[in-house]
Design a protein around this ligand. Sequence first.
Ligand code: CP3
Length: 356
Amino acid sequence: MSNFIDSGSMMRSVRLQSSDSVPVWLMRQAGRYMQEYRDVRSKVTFLELCKTPPLAAEVMLTAVKKLGVDAAIIFSDILLILEPMGFGIHFPDSGGPRVTRPICQQADVKNVIELESANQLDYVMDTVRYTREGLDKQIPLIGFAGAPFTLATYVIDAAGENNANKPNSNNRNFNRVKSFMHLYPNEWDELMRKFAISTAKYLNGQINAGVQIIQIFDSWAGCLSVDDYINFVQPYSRLLIDLIQKGIPIIHFAPGNPILLPEIAKTNCNVIGVDWRIPIDKAWEIIGKNHAIQGNLDPAILLTDRETIRKMTQKIIRLTERKNGFIFNLGHGVLPQTPIENVIALVDAVHEFGQK
Ligand code: CP3
């Protein structure tokens, strides 16, 4: 099977090899913007969907076929690992996810349970198997997890605020997690190690179940100063990456703050995901030619029209066309209000302009 996968444009690009076209996939390519997804969600909750592997696989396979993208990502969520680690998770219809039994004080960290085995998330392993089975051989399957810091923002930021905070909002200020790391460096270290070690086991389980690529989401790291990132976050992202089986390409996505890019590049990842805040050629200069790059169209562009989408897509491709190792994506997930025909127009435009 692996030979077929190795020859596809996505696998070649994450390995910095030449490819005859620019590969494209989109974060949240299976989501609420899609009618088929909304139909499934009218019958089951988000958590039930994640815990029903044949259905989770079907949701992603439907999106991949409908869009014609070059990679699939498992249908799952970064917060699921928190359950076997002792937290409660809830996905209300609006306002973003909620974590119960959060960390309210430094003493709570010792109660966080390290994951013993990826089998504690056996339904995710089954989703990997079902999705891989349904995919064409040249389309790699991406497994994923949240980075230790981003997981910490959900378990600490929730402290005491319960329904008052908005974990999905860009207006989150992250005050609690930031003060925790400075005030209690020992407990912070313990928590971040538990997350790094547990997440490595989880990702290695996904690899054994059949994913070809890993993406690590450090979705909220952009809120940090460079100094805090280096002291309190980078060592644990590096630990996580070092514990992942060798030979599997790792995409590291930490949007929001391009000034962190040189530090992200030091975490031993292979591909760096960037958002629209920095031109992609500048970002590539910063991270260096030993890294592949993924990005970086602003998802808001998908709310415009076909002509604008094609123009903006071509611009990005022109900035990258002299190098191997470019993967087209958005700078963040597809917005729920996006018309599907615009998403299809984007994928078609990448395939047209990215032909070599
Ligand atoms: O299509 C895909 O990209 C695969 C599936 C996927 C989901 N979540 C499904 C999902 C992936 C890769 C994620 C990762 C994830 N989850 C991240 C990192 C990416 C990012 O956005 O930065 C984060 C921060 C989360 C946590 C999370 N889960 C949030 C903030 C939300 C609310 C999002 C919203 O729009 O309300 C979720 C729920 C979630 N995860 C949905 C989906 C499709 C929406 C659930 C629904 O209402 O049906």
